[in-house]
Design a protein around this ligand. Structure first.
Ligand code: HSE
Length: 344
């Protein structure tokens, strides 16, 4: 049996769900993949949890937090031990990054990833910041350091966007992609169309479900969709593009009248992320579009997502589902952690 050890950075919505899944899925992961997973450290704001290099009792820690206990009151808490220092001083196989996305400098995830690379650790990240801002630099340095960076949790998470676009299409060339890549905006547009909700009420609901970004502007102004397009373009199409290369418009300008008009024409408005090759260059956009009712993306409702690839040898491949949710993001992280052991 293989055994791998993790450092988790961030214990917010997704980090907690992930830690919970490591516990809840332990038996299933061992049975299916002959793999045991230990969490040896957790970094949070203001300090870290460590246990002298041994596995932390994650179930007990989560129960302590669930019943109102604080991180600071745990005997494992080392006040002031910041993520990069924790990673520099703790032996582990994989750093799992779940802190909130920053599109300014990618921090704190950039420093966590840099510290992991210095030690040749693999990285599994739900945080899009560093990979959207510094994709080529990060992947080049990771290769030199012997680290691998797994980003499917950052690229529509429970929707297996990259698994399909990289692994399942290895016998084809992917020519274009088109997807609904953001659950929050799809939820808002569905609610506005089908329940007559206001934009504000629908956004609040998405926030209560924990699917909106910490800063929901990232969702509603199309940044999250554009980010995912950047990751798809760079990983699947071998591009070197950034956010500025994506023609981006959010959904804040979509009015109830626009939705009514589209409905009366037999269409539905969706926020579509797409990319197609044009003379070797990938032209990428993230913007609302009124699509026909029989379009493969038209029936994707609420927080569900979908991705459709056009390929040369396998035809069109569309995958849908993969609802945005903290547990879905956590499950995508766990999948990538398992993949660090399976994909050697
Ligand atoms: N806020 C995102 C969404 C989840 O609504 O899909 C993380 O990408």
């Amino acid at each position: 049996m293989n055994r791998i050890s993790l450092i988790i950075c961030g214990l917010g919505n997704v980090g907690r769900e992930f830690a919970g899944l490591v516990v809840d899925k332990a038996e299933s992961v061992t049975r299916r993949f002959s793999l045991a997973i230990d969490v040896v450290a957790i970094a949070e704001l203001g300090g870290s949890l460590v246990n002298d290099g041994k596995a932390l009792p994650v179930a007990d820690i989560l129960e302590h937090l669930r019943t109102g206990g604080s991180l600071e009151s745990l005997s494992y808490w080392k006040k002031g031990l910041a993520g990069p220092d924790l990673i520099a001083t703790t032996k582990a196989d994989v750093v799992v990054e779940t802190t909130p996305t920053s599109l300014k400098d990618g921090e704190p995830a950039t420093s966590h990833m840099n510290a992991a690379m210095k030690r040749g650790m693999d990285i599994v990240t739900a945080n899009k910041g560093p990979m959207v801002l510094f994709y080529t630099d990060m992947t080049n340095r990771a290769r030199e350091a012997g680290s691998r960076i797994f980003i499917s949790a950052a690229t529509a998470a429970a929707l297996p966007t990259l698994d399909v676009g990289v692994l399942s299409t290895a016998g084809a060339d992917v020519l274009s992609f088109e997807g609904i890549l953001n659950g929050t905006t799809n939820f808002i547009l569905t609610r506005m169309k089908e329940s007559g909700s206001t934009y504000e009420a629908a956004l609040r609901e998405a926030q209560e479900m924990g699917i909106a970004e910490t800063n929901p502007t990232l969702d509603v102004e199309g940044f999250d969709t554009a980010n995912k397009c950047v990751l798809i373009a760079n990983r699947i199409f071998g591009m070197n593009i950034g956010l500025d290369d994506v023609d981006r418009t959010g959904i804040t300008g979509v009015t109830p009248e626009d939705i009514e008009k589209a409905t009366s024409e037999g269409k539905v408005i969706k926020l579509i992320g797409q990319g197609h090759l044009d003379g070797g260059k990938l032209v990428v956009s993230a913007k609302p579009a009124a699509i026909e009712k029989d379009h493969p993306l038209a029936s994707i409702s609420l927080s569900e997502k979908a991705i459709s690839y056009d390929t040369d040898t396998m035809g069109r491949i569309t995958v849908s589902g993969g609802k945005s949710s903290p547990v879905g993001a956590a499950a995508a992280l766990l999948k990538d952690v398992v993949h660090t052991a399976l994909l050697r």
